[in-house]
Design a protein around this ligand. Structure first.
Ligand SMILES: [Zn+2]
Length: 413
């Protein structure tokens, strides 16, 4: 038993270092076999994974959930279809596969943030964390019922409850905003006057604007999801360029109308393309002191850790009238966004880890999610109460609606 255990521990350490297990390799087959035979009781009795000697926290968390999955023959849990609408399921599964957000919940770090803030009520975060915990640690292979979470959503955002034709991206924005507000490290927002940053360089201005943003909005959610967009307005008459920096939680990308397929890069180029403001839209040039024809352009000033890209398949008015089912070809790995950066010497490479899909028309449809498990790197389809493994070659489809990318610098795979 002792030597067997030593062999297994060395395997865990070997795989644990990469923070991922390659399912299907010889090692993991032996590994899971050994575990099932010999380690199940041992882990329970000795609390192996809670020993600080063997693993650091990161390794422990990753190993723990891989082991659990192997021991119980399941790793991924779907939601039961009793209470949540499919657009909620889809978004929640994407978020629960967001490595750092998942760990934030599993480690109960949100409690520290809540305590520091002396907040009495943070029910949405609490229920979200509980839901994430039960998805990843539940001992049964039954689907999870998110009824408590739903109750909080009902209170917090009643407009999202009741019918299925809601927008997954709107729900995501609303949910992230709600979670952020409850774990915001800033409790008293400063009421400093608007400063004039016009005398400093663009880069410096961007930094100062970002710090200013953090003075009032600063949380784990912001750490992960928020980036900064630079918009430059150039006067066609005198060439004066004024810049504005704004935080963004996701980017809504237009889809070029075409009969064939488009690439995600095409959508990003359309989003960042120079736009001429003329006629009634003419802005006031600060140098000319009068309204001038101007050129507007977006660049990404600060890249977020998690980049959410929303494909604008639906017309923008409140009542959806049409849906574009154009196939948008997006990379699963190494999406390089340097050409859209304000400073293109930065490293801006991303890997995909989740997709919220919408099938059907603008009048009726269904949401599903494709997610890459942060521990084992395999893709799964989540369809309400069903979950099944899928090939990474099936991830791209004309149903893709919201894409979740993680920075390759912090990527697990
Ligand atoms: Zn001008």
């Amino acid at each position: 038993m002792a030597s067997l255990l030593a062999a297994v521990i060395s395997l865990v350490e070997k795989f644990g270092k990469n923070l991922s297990f390659k399912v299907g390799t010889k090692g993991i087959i032996i590994f899971s076999f050994l575990l099932k035979l010999k380690l199940k009781c041992f882990i329970k009795k000795k609390n192996l994974l809670h020993s600080d000697v063997l693993f650091n926290t990161e390794e422990k968390i990753c190993c723990y959930f891989c082991l659990r999955g192997l021991l119980s023959n399941h790793l991924i849990l779907p939601f039961s279809n009793v209470s949540l609408q499919c657009f909620m399921n889809s978004i929640l599964q994407c978020l629960s596969n967001t490595h750092d957000l998942r760990d934030y919940c599993l480690r109960n770090t949100h409690h520290t943030d809540l305590n520091n803030n002396c907040r009495a009520k943070a029910v949405l975060m609490e229920e979200f964390a509980k839901l994430t915990q039960s998805l990843w640690t539940s001992a049964s292979s039954e689907a999870i019922s998110p009824s408590d979470f739903k109750m909080q959503i009902q209170k917090y955002a009643p407009r999202f409850v009741g019918y299925n034709q809601q927008d997954a991206q709107e729900f995501l924005r609303f949910l992230l905003d709600g979670l952020h507000n409850e774990v915001n490290r800033v409790t008293v927002k400063p009421r400093s006057p608007m400063e004039d940053f016009d005398h400093v360089s663009d880069d410096e201005k961007g930094k100062r604007m970002w710090n200013k943003y953090l003075e009032s909005e600063n949380s784990k959610v912001v750490d992960l999801f928020v980036g900064q967009l630079k918009s430059s307005l150039t006067c066609n008459e005198c060439g004066f360029c004024s810049t504005v920096f704004d935080p963004f939680w996701d980017l809504s990308l237009p889809i070029a109308k075409t009969s064939g397929e488009v690439s995600l890069m095409d959508c990003l180029r359309l989003f960042t393309r120079e736009d001429v403001l003329d006629g009634n839209e003419r802005p006031t040039c600060h140098r000319c002191k009068t309204r001038r024809k101007c050129t507007k352009k977006f660049t990404i000033q600060k890249f977020p850790k998690i980049l959410v890209l929303h494909l604008k398949r639906f017309s923008e008015c409140r009542v959806r009238t049409s849906k574009l089912s154009t196939f948008v070809n997006f990379p699963l790995k190494e999406l390089d966004l340097r050409e859209f950066a304000s400073d293109n010497s930065v490293n801006a490479v991303y890997n995909l880890y989740a997709v919220s899909n919408h099938t059907g028309s603008s009048l009726g449809g269904h949401y599903t999610a494709y997610c890459r498990n942060p521990c084992i790197g395999e893709w799964y389809t989540y369809n309400d109460s069903r979950v099944s493994p899928m090939s990474s070659s099936q991830v791209r489809s004309s149903d893709a609606y919201v894409l979740f990318y993680e920075s390759a610098a912090s990527s697990r795979m």
